[in-house]
Design a protein around this ligand. Structure first.
Ligand SMILES: [Zn+2]
Length: 60
């Protein structure tokens, strides 16, 4: 089973654990339609966001 990443559009294979959860109905494939690469990007961009907030001048 391959899932299409909603961000980059690439098809990827979710891990066995994820496939089990989908098969058992705990999660839907819609909730895992982000590939590992894009997850990394999301986490990085969230980290950047936090970083830029903490760099903001509190005196403004
Ligand atoms: Zn992706």
């Amino acid at each position: 089973m391959k899932i299409r990443c909603k961000i980059c559009g690439e098809y990827f294979c979710p891990g066995d654990d994820t496939l089990d959860l989908i098969a058992e109905g705990y999660i839907s494939s819609d909730s895992v339609n982000t590939c590992d690469d894009c997850w990394d990007l999301i986490e990085l961009s969230e980290y950047d966001l936090i970083e830029s907030f903490s760099d903001a001048d509190p005196g403004l």
